[in-house]
Design a protein around this ligand. Structure first.
Ligand SMILES: [Zn+2]
Length: 390
């Protein structure tokens, strides 16, 4: 395939997904239809795709609604007074804080099993090296599902408020614990001290409850852009495999509810993945704006990704014409977070509007007319160049 057509091929796949399936909510039949589509495309390339089912929570927001409810209940018990009630309140707030930190950092909590789950699946295929035995492995990936479109994400100004409310929610959990310890020691606390944390947590709760009622975003940029790009690169690499490098193309389910597809994939393939130096390239929203790559990420705890791949991104950005990419310090999470925590090299490639804004993130306006084949093309060529040099 001519390199110039990566963007056009990626765009055609994305358009097919949007026009024939539409929004692809995590664990919905539409997410399955997208998995069926990529499987058919991989078979048509002569590859042998594997479909690996797993079970996933159906909402990214519900665990936080439960955690916030538990924390508010704890405050109510504490304010009511009585030594048993106060200790129960402290216990509830400690548990809420512990679960909140684990959930936001994509670690398991019992909430995963207590809240509704649904069926999902990963689809992947192996492209053997052009010659010789594989000395390293490259995994090209993109998620199949689309997020909901909460009210808070529908404008840029509101999205800034989303980050503030999340931070205020966590600050309030910490402040509540401090107030409770002080209250246990000194017995009396002015009641008005509880107003700021309670207001912050009510705002978080409103955000969680609204999000779960909102419709699924069409997800052209997030993340049909990635699915199309990985398929376009699979087409190229099936015909022109890399020397001594095995390539896996991977399409995950349920990224949007906490990267459960990637968690399942890493657990299932750990032995094989650890047997060869492996480098993950995660496509996320590469369809609108300038090329970028994520160097660190996390809503609460920041994780710095592979310095090896960061240096490679800088090198390709410097040397390859038309592929100038800028580093990004991302404010949320993506699949690179769980890949990194499992001990692998990973980099997320995306595209950004001026001011480092992710275009149409979780918006109903994330429609196919917004995708730019040239942006898609840059993402594909950037990753292909890194995959060749790694
Ligand atoms: Zn995404």
């Amino acid at each position: 395939m001519n390199n110039d057509s990566f963007g056009q091929r990626a765009y055609e796949h994305a358009r097919w997904l949007l026009e024939n399936i539409g929004a692809r909510g995590s664990t919905t039949p539409q997410e399955k239809a997208a998995a069926d589509y990529v499987k058919e495309q991989l078979i048509a390339l002569g590859l042998a795709p594997q479909v690996e089912p797993f079970c996933s929570p159906t909402s990214a927001w519900r665990p936080f609604a439960v955690i916030t409810g538990l924390s508010l209940l704890g405050k109510w018990l504490f304010i009511r007074g009585g030594s048993r009630s106060r200790l129960a309140g402290l216990g509830a707030n400690l548990l809420a804080s512990f679960w909140a930190i684990r959930e936001i950092d994509l670690e398991d909590t019992p909430l995963r099993w207590l809240l509704p789950n649904g069926p999902s699946r990963n689809v992947w295929a192996r492209i053997p090296p052009a010659y010789g035995t594989a000395r390293k492995r490259v995994v090209l990936l993109g998620h199949l599902d689309t997020h909901r479109s909460p009210w808070i994400f529908q404008t840029e100004a509101r999205t800034r408020w989303f980050h503030r409310i999340v931070q205020a929610g966590f600050a309030s959990l910490g402040l509540s614990l401090v107030l409770m310890v002080v209250g246990l020691i000194y017995r009396r606390l002015p009641k008005w001290l509880w107003i700021p944390p309670i207001l912050a947590e009510l705002a978080s709760l409103a955000l969680d409850l609204d999000a779960d009622r909102s419709p699924y975003s069409p997800g052209a940029n997030d993340n049909a852009s990635a699915v199309g790009s990985v398929l376009a690169l699979a087409e190229h690499l099936a015909a022109h495999p890399l020397p001594e490098t095995e390539v896996w193309v991977l399409f995950t389910g349920c990224e949007e509810v906490g990267c459960y597809g990637m968690r399942a994939f890493l657990a299932q393939h750990e032995t094989e993945l650890k047997a060869l130096p492996t480098y993950f390239f995660d496509f996320e929203m590469t369809g609108v704006g300038d090329l970028a790559y994520v160097v660190d990420e996390g809503l609460l705890i920041r994780h710095t990704y592979s310095p090896v791949l960061r240096r490679l991104a800088e090198e390709v950005s410097r040397e390859a014409p038309g592929l100038q990419a800028r580093p990004q310090h991302a404010g949320a999470y993506g699949e690179s977070l769980v890949i990194h925590k499992a001990g692998y090299h990973t980099i997320t490639v995306n595209s950004l509007l001026p001011g480092n804004k992710a275009a149409y993130w979780h918006q109903m306006a994330d429609t196919i007319d917004k995708l730019d084949p040239q942006a898609l093309d840059r993402g594909c060529r950037f990753v292909l160049e890194m995959a060749k040099r790694v």
